[in-house]
Ligand binder design. Structure first.
Ligand SMILES: [Ca+2]
Length: 468
């Protein structure tokens, strides 16, 4: 080959190489519902989760990762906006609570009920809004949970495609919530997929989306409603196709609700496996960052060793601390574990950082790009984190210390809070309350909480609950 042609070929290869390097990655954020640490990759012996386990073996696990609340809606509002729920104003559940007392809403009542009229403040920007200007095609398949009036639905909140429910939970087969049709396709309720198990529906939509948009950067937000129990009027509302129960037989009685719960975890894991299979088939592995978290701690099912105290809805570590797995072959190391202090507030800046998207000016974000931490090149700059769930607890973590003031549900202001402080380094299971011997530490963390609370109170009133 003459030197001129060699030069041209070299130039072309260099150009192609820099094009490949310049391509922003696809982003996939998978969220499970109420799973906590119920997966093999974080030490469970009984849950069958081979695909999440493989994801961890090929990526990084984070063991000190926290969500912004131990219940669904405020945990997700923090995730989606990158801002404390107390700053974005969605810091409580959006629920029609009368179902708890056996009330069945009529169609007319339901239309003007909280679940139909409340949602994430429309002035808030979602991670879809942030990524779109960087050229991303954005989709949500699953549990949006940020309201179901049209103005709150994903297509008005930075997303191009949506199949899922805007409320907190549904029946896995009828897709109804306590009898009210709840599955949207785009902006419209749809019964076209009624009868399809919800996990299978979201799996089908996610795989179709990846195939359709393989040639461009995309953001797939995949918040499964699994393994959250179904929101119907049956007493045992864990729903799963029977063949998933066989994976647990004969070790577990298939009639037990806990076994069905485990089957729901495995059904979701299989769906996640198909996502990874599709990425491999399309040779997108090195161009795709996948992050997996649970939205809050585990629910009541108990088939395995409990390693952390408390679960969903509690202020203990078992409610607030959840698994994170990050996977991006060639960019994130394989088979590593980080014990750095990280939270869901980091997710939006991390997605934006990977995409090369600018964070909007004039918006206060509460987290940072954690990709260097996941890569192992730096430590986490996070020193503190705060939680305030009106129905249960106030809490602060500063360094390795955690302060917690809990009240029985619905009793804040009526009964004194139970005050505790723990040294999480020495006592991750929160078994030794050190309030009596560490008065100075208690005062220090309460002062930090008060400073944070004052900052939240001074923020612009937003959301369905702030006093605007
Ligand atoms: Ca949840």
């Amino acid at each position: 080959m003459c030197s001129f042609r060699r030069l041209v070929f070299t130039a072309i290869f260099v150009a192609l190489g820099s094009l490949a390097a310049a391509r922003p990655p696809n982003l996939i954020l998978i969220v499970s519902d109420d799973q906590g640490f119920d997966l093999g990759a974080f030490g469970s012996k009984q849950f069958v989760t081979p695909h999440l386990d493989r994801m961890a073996a090929e990526g990084v696990r984070a063991t000190n990762f926290y969500v912004t609340a131990s219940v669904c809606t405020p945990s997700r509002s923090g995730l989606i906006t990158g801002r404390y729920p107390q700053r974005n104003g969605t810091y409580e559940m959006i629920r029609n609570n009368m179902v708890n007392y056996g009330h069945r809403y009529t169609k007319a009542e339901y239309a003007i009920s909280p679940e139909m009229t409340l949602g994430l403040d429309v002035r808030e920007l979602t991670f879809g809004d942030v990524l779109r200007p960087a050229g991303y095609r954005n989709a949500v398949f699953g549990k949006w949970d940020m309201g179901q009036a049209r103005r709150f639905l994903p297509l008005q909140r930075g997303f191009d495609d949506f199949v899922g429910h805007g409320n907190n939970g549904i029946d896995y087969y009828t897709h109804e919530r306590y009898g009210a049709p709840s599955m949207f396709r785009g902006n419209s309720l749809s019964i076209a997929d009624q009868g399809t198990y919800a996990t299978d529906l979201f799996r089908r939509e996610a795989v179709g989306f990846i195939r359709a948009h393989r040639a461009r950067p995309f953001f797939l937000y995949l918040p499964f409603n699994a393994p959250h129990s179904a929101s119907n009027l049956e007493k045992d509302s864990n729903q799963v196709p029977a063949h998933y129960l066989k994976k647990y037989y004969p070790a577990l009685d298939p009639a037990r609700p806990a076994t069905k719960y485990a089957g729901m975890v495995t059904a979701m894991d299989e769906a996640i496996g198909e996502i990874f299979g599709t990425l491999r088939e399309l040779a997108l592995e090195r161009d795709t960052l996948v992050i997996f978290i649970s939205d809050n701690g585990r629910t009541g099912a108990r088939i395995d060793e409990v390693r952390l105290r408390g679960g969903k809805a509690s202020g203990y570590e078992g409610g607030l601390r959840v698994p994170l797995i990050a996977w991006w072959p060639g960019s994130i190391p394989a088979g590593k574990t980080t014990h750095e202090f990280l939270t869901a507030l980091e997710i939006l800046p991390t997605l934006a950082g990977a995409a090369g998207a600018k964070l909007p000016a004039g918006v206060t974000y509460d987290g940072f790009d954690m990709l260097p931490v996941l890569k192992g090149t730096t430590g986490s700059p996070r020193r503190e984190m705060f939680w305030d769930w009106p129905d249960g607890y106030q809490a602060a973590r500063v360094g390795n210390w955690k302060w917690l003031a809990s009240t029985p549900r619905g009793k804040r202001g009526e009964v004194p809070a139970k005050e505790e402080i723990f040294d999480l380094d020495a006592d991750p299971g929160e078994t030794k309350n050190l309030v009596a011997s560490h008065a100075g530490k208690v005062a220090e963390l309460k002062a930090a909480f008060a400073r944070w609370q004052a900052e939240m109170d001074a923020a612009e009133p937003r959301g369905p609950f702030r006093d605007y």
